[in-house]
Design a protein around this ligand. Structure first.
Ligand code: EPU
Length: 442
């Protein structure tokens, strides 16, 4: 385990430039979409992160030929020989990612059968897949849950459905899109998620030959087609990584230019960033543009915010921003309405000197599913707090990045254990940190 520890000497501002590439939460789904096509696909700007490696491994097991293209970050996919994979080989990936569940529809269309290993992902609550399975059954899939994983088949094919999600789940919306595009007939999905990553996935599916209408009020209508081709696509930039670096600039009183960051995907974050007292400047040159984020000096202001589905404040923006809020002058309030258990990481921040209290009550006006269920899903952050170095153990991806920021903002030397988890979603983060002037070593 010792090489999975990062020694971080904090207390200096992060200054410089980083680049973000294609969004993890689009790229991994786009890779799954390649299975639906009967001709090759190509994607640019793919980040070198663990989640991409995992999905690549799963595609290769199913006969998709994946090769690196000529350009840095270019991947090519040839799905002409999609085939069944061995359960033991698939199960090597059990627990490592939540993406495999999205292979259900594409594999059922291509092979009539799918085996899905146990899912993994972050430790931020139970993360059920009940919406996915209910929708798949309605499409005509037979789902058999066994101790080794899920076996799915579709002896009578898959047929369009009329379906309303209880909650606009990102993954369930993607599941339904990836299944409906080749199901027979029309699918009407209500209360769908409409995150920019989902709209980008719809763009990809349209390039492949799908017919998808996004109506107002979260209704998506999909006209199934008998076959799909490949696509060539440059994904939307990673707005979670961009905001993580922006929050790191605020927390460390620094100045970071995030090349590749795009304003349109981040307006909600930018509003909050500005309310707190951070400054930003947008360069929308399509080739080399980005957003510069900096701490202008003086005190940061506290804020009250609620995480929500798009166009609300993303739940994945919450943890790095909370580190910056420990430095604001006054009481900030964050009501987490997407996940029931996403404040576990705050106890480590408190050990470092932060003053964060978590509450079961809904501290905000948005109706929330967790209010009467006893989950500590609201946080009050009192600042400014002087953070001091400590030993940290990274619990999940986004919390992990926030621990890292806290260690960089704190005086002294921290040991951050389990940093490899951060490689799941942040490309070359150690090199990027070094480029920003951070003193980090293994
Ligand atoms: N939910 C259910 N049943 C389901 C599916 C979801 O109750 O069948 C609930 C979840 O428990 C959660 C809420 O719905 O409370 C939202 O979950 P959603 O399905 O939207 O999340 P996801 O698709 O599993 C993706 C991202 C997450 C991001 C969320 C919300 C990927 C691979 N993951 O997860 O990203 O937080 O959407 O935007 O796209 C991350 O990148 O670190 C990450 C966790």
């Amino acid at each position: 385990m010792s090489d999975d520890v990062l020694i971080v000497s904090g207390g200096s501002p992060l200054k410089g430039e980083v680049r973000v590439r294609g969004a993890k939460n689009l790229v991994s789904k786009a890779m799954v979409a390649t299975v639906l096509g009967e001709s090759p696909s190509r994607m640019y700007d793919v980040p070198r992160i663990r989640d991409v490696e995992i999905v690549r491994g799963l595609l290769e097991l199913h006969g998709v030929k994946v090769t690196n293209g000529d350009l840095d970050g270019e991947l090519r996919f040839d799905p002409s020989n999609v085939e069944r994979a061995g359960i033991d080989e698939i199960n090597v990936h059990a627990g490592s990612s939540r993406i495999p569940i999205l292979l259900c529809g594409p594999l059922l269309h291509r092979l009539g059968h799918a085996f899905i290993p146990d899912l993994g992902g972050c430790h931020i609550g139970p993360r059920p897949i009940d919406y996915h399975l209910e929708a798949l059954r309605r499409f005509g899939a037979i789902v058999d849950k066994t101790p080794e994983g899920l076996h799915l088949s579709a002896p009578d094919g898959l047929h369009g459905i009329k379906y309303e999600l209880d909650y606009p789940s990102v993954g369930a919306t993607e599941q339904i899109l990836l299944t409906a595009v080749r199901a027979e007939g029309v699918t009407e999905l209500s209360n769908a998620a409409v995150e920019p990553e989902i709209i980008d996935l719809i763009c990809i599916l349209q390039k492949m030959g799908a017919i998808i209408k996004v109506h107002t009020n979260r209704v998506i209508e999909i006209q199934g087609v008998p076959r799909l081709g490949g696509f060539t696509h440059r994904p939307i930039p990673d707005r979670i990584e961009a905001a993580s670096w922006a929050s790191a600039a605020l927390a460390t009183r620094g100045d970071i230019t995030v090349k590749g960051a795009r304003q349109a995907d981040m307006t909600t974050y930018l509003n909050v960033f500005r309310s707190i007292g951070g400054e930003f400047e947008i360069d929308d040159n399509p080739v080399d543009g980005g957003i510069r984020f900096w701490h202008p000096g003086g005190d940061l202001r506290p804020v009250a915010l609620e995480t929500d589905v798009h166009p609300g404040f993303m739940t994945d923006w919450q943890q790095p921003l909370v580190v910056a809020l420990t430095q604001a002058n006054g009481l900030s309030v964050v009501h987490e309405t997407v996940y029931e258990k996403r404040f576990g990481y705050t106890s480590a921040l408190n050990q470092m000197g932060a003053h964060i209290q978590v509450f079961q009550d809904c501290l905000g006006g948005t109706p929330c599913r967790f209010g009467r269920m006893g989950f500590r899903h609201s946080a009050v952050i009192a600042g400014p707090a002087k953070l001091h170095a400590t030993d940290l153990i990274i619990p999940d991806l986004r919390a992990g990045f926030s621990h890292l920021i806290a260690a960089l903002a704190a005086e002294g030397t921290s040991r951050v254990h389990g940093v490899d988890l951060i490689n799941r979603g942040y490309e070359d983060f150690e090199a990027k940190l070094a480029g920003l002037g951070a003193t980090v070593s293994r």
